[in-house]
Design a protein around this ligand. Structure first.
Ligand SMILES: [Zn+2]
Length: 94
């Protein structure tokens, strides 16, 4: 398990950049986005299905998220996350 994680880890920064670009450098849960011209501040990538639950390191399972939402979403199911993204329930609530 841990060795597989390390193997995938070399692509992580590339995948992260691709996901952020796809999502417009904006948190898909609350809409938060700060871009200082060279980097996105306070943003991370959330796994819809968490890695510990078998979620894969692929674009379809990854979504741009601010650090706050990422923390709030620990232990949240993928379907609830999809609901939040679609309903924009947290939009503007950063
Ligand atoms: Zn957010």
């Amino acid at each position: 398990m841990s060795s597989r994680y390390r193997k995938g880890h070399s692509n992580w920064s590339r995948i992260k950049e691709l996901v952020l670009r796809r999502d417009g450098y904006q948190c898909q849960y609350c809409g938060y986005s700060v871009f200082d011209g060279s980097r996105v501040i306070g943003m991370t990538i959330d796994h819809l299905i968490e890695y510990a639950s078998g979620g894969k390191l692929v674009m379809e399972n990854l979504v741009a998220s601010c650090n706050k939402c990422n923390l709030k979403l620990i232990g949240t199911t993928a379907s609830r996350k999809n609901d939040l993204i679609e309903s924009r329930e947290w939009w503007g609530k950063y």
